[in-house]
Design a binder for this molecule. Structure first.
Ligand code: MF3
Ligand code: CO
Ligand code: CO
Length: 249
């Protein structure tokens, strides 16, 4: 699929999609409580998206059965919300997307529930900073490899591991468009960034090994060694200057 450059008007629609999905993302974070059942988060998304008049992008995507991905502790991404209870000390990764007027916004956050270990808190903080390092490297004239390099050098410099098998991506009428945006790489390699490109940057960071495995449910991706993982994601537009982050409330 070729890269689709968006017009100013299309980016304005995507910004509205991003504003809506970010509000629900942040509401989910504020709702996290020990004893809460994962499916309650899915119900909040259904209710809030309906209220806002947006479509849950994930539901039915390649057969995905829910509106949000909930990945806890050693789960990295694509966890399916079920009847499991969230516990004190868990780190919960929430990945959520909506479609508004035909355009998608995709975002993710990791948050601790109750008392989490200092190690878990540092993992979350480094992953949040990693996505922002990627955002600051996202400028016209740079390349996707510059984004990956900024993220990888920061995360590895902090002694943590960056997942390789899952990467960021273009966003538009489809959730996943070209180009791929790896969270690792070499400067001045990959796809050149141009104004009007919209991409999602989404580092997944592990406390142990960078490698992953997938559960029998064919969705849930977890760390190969059972160590904790965190995930942050923003959708942003490339401009003539600083990237415009679309997934802010
Ligand atoms: N939002 C995820 C990503 O960041 C993809 C979710 S796939 C789904 O690319 F099927 F779970 F929706
Ligand atoms: Co994404
Ligand atoms: Co996502």
């Amino acid at each position: 699929m070729a890269i689709v450059v968006k017009s100013r008007d299309e980016i304005a629609i995507m910004k509205e999609a991003g504003r809506i999905v970010s509000g629900v993302r942040d509401l989910l974070v504020d709702s996290l409580r020990p004893g809460m059942v994962e499916l309650e988060l899915d119900e909040i998304v259904r209710r809030e998206f309906k209220k806002a008049g947006v479509v849950p992008t994930f539901l039915g995507y390649h057969g995905y059965p829910a509106t949000v991905c909930i990945s806890i502790n050693d789960e990295i991404v694509h966890g399916i919300p079920g009847t499991r209870e969230i516990q004190d000390g868990d780190i919960v990764s929430i990945d959520i997307g909506c479609t508004y007027k035909g355009f998608v916004a995709d975002t993710a956050v990791s948050a601790g529930v109750g008392n989490i270990s200092p190690e878990a808190q540092r993992l979350i903080d480094v992953t949040r900073e990693a996505v922002w390092r990627g955002i600051r490297a996202s400028r016209a004239g740079s390349k996707t490899g510059d984004i990956g390099h900024a993220i990888q050098t920061y995360v590895e410099g902090e002694g943590l591991a960056i997942v390789r098998e899952y990467v960021g991506h273009g966003v538009g009428r489809q959730m996943h468009e070209d180009p791929q945006v790896p969270n690792y790489g070499k400067p001045d390699t990959g796809t050149p960034l141009r104004p009007g490109m919209v991409i999602a940057i989404e580092p997944m960071v592990n406390l142990g090994d960078w490698r992953t495995k997938r559960d029998d449910d064919e969705w849930t991706v977890r760390t190969i060694d059972g160590a904790l993982s965190a995930h942050f994601e923003h959708t942003l537009a490339i401009t003539d200057g600083e990237a415009e982050v679309l997934t802010l409330p």
